[in-house]
Design a protein around this ligand. Sequence first.
Ligand SMILES: NC(=O)c1ccc[n+]([C@@H]2O[C@H](COP(=O)([O-])OP(=O)(O)OC[C@H]3O[C@@H](n4cnc5c(N)ncnc54)[C@H](OP(=O)(O)O)[C@@H]3O)[C@@H](O)[C@H]2O)c1
Length: 306
Amino acid sequence: MPPSPQAGPMDGRICVVTGASSGIGKAASVALARLGATVVGVCRDRGRGESALAEISAAATGGEPSIELADLARGDQVTALAARLAALPRIDVLVNNAGLVVGTRQLTADGFEHTFALNHLAPFLLTNLLLDKLKASAPARIVTVSSTAHHAARLDMDDLRSDRHYVPMLAYANSKLANILFTRELATRLEGTGVTANCLHPGTVRTNFGQSGSGWLRIGLGIARPFLRSARSGARTVVYLASSPDVAGQSGGYYVSCKRREPSKAARDERTARALWDISARLTGLLPPAHHDRGGFSSNAPVNPP
Ligand SMILES: NC(=O)c1ccc[n+]([C@@H]2O[C@H](COP(=O)([O-])OP(=O)(O)OC[C@H]3O[C@@H](n4cnc5c(N)ncnc54)[C@H](OP(=O)(O)O)[C@@H]3O)[C@@H](O)[C@H]2O)c1
């Protein structure tokens, strides 16, 4: 039985999926492999990665799946990963799925707040470093897993490191808003290239999500667990956006249950999307830092036109 009525055949396609060791990313990898795709799963832990690879391999009907190891919360590892992925013959689909919520504020090795670094800066950098490959593989698709949590965001562009204020679910909501702003700006920049960019909310899904969150979040998710969607069901919109002929050429969308939906007003703010793009490019080293950046955390950086 196909994973979704709207999924399309993926024979001969190469799909890169981040966070393939667990939850939605693993379920999407299994489903895409079953549809004939050659899946390259990005995982941070070898043991969990290899155990997921065994499940993906068991479902595969196309090319042999593989894993790449990288801690995506580190810019140097994202850059090294992108260099390895660029050596693939093609990349037809990039699924930016890896993400988490962190219970207490932590800074990464690069000095960024962990949630913002993993959930937003990592897909921003990885996608940008793979753009030439994706364009050369066109028609190609970029799918980013956001969340309905973005509705609760209050993104402070002058406090992207949460120096002044850290509330775990707010940092998470902000990062998921950033996923949508990124996708919309990316879609604008990719017009005419044959590469599309879309994002989605997967539903509330029974995964390992929240295990690194606050005690209250873990307790809440534990109580709700029996009522949550399965990971396979949560992967459905990912697989739809990665494979369905229905969305060929469609770009810049936010999807819920395989349907295009309007995200929040903040997510539709083009000026914020351009400003976030610009500051993210500086923070990840894709652009040189502006001389007036305060340690790389100023929103006063000039905004590039699309
Ligand atoms: N579950 C939900 O209800 C829900 C709702 C809305 C949106 N989402 C989004 O769905 C996406 C997937 O989450 P999930 O629910 O499937 O949770 P999950 O089961 O915890 O999976 C998260 C994945 O991200 C990986 N990851 C975490 N930190 C990483 C790092 N530093 N480097 C590389 N990979 C890393 C994890 O690897 P390990 O296996 O090594 O931990 C795992 O493979 C996330 O973006 C989340 O925000 C989930």
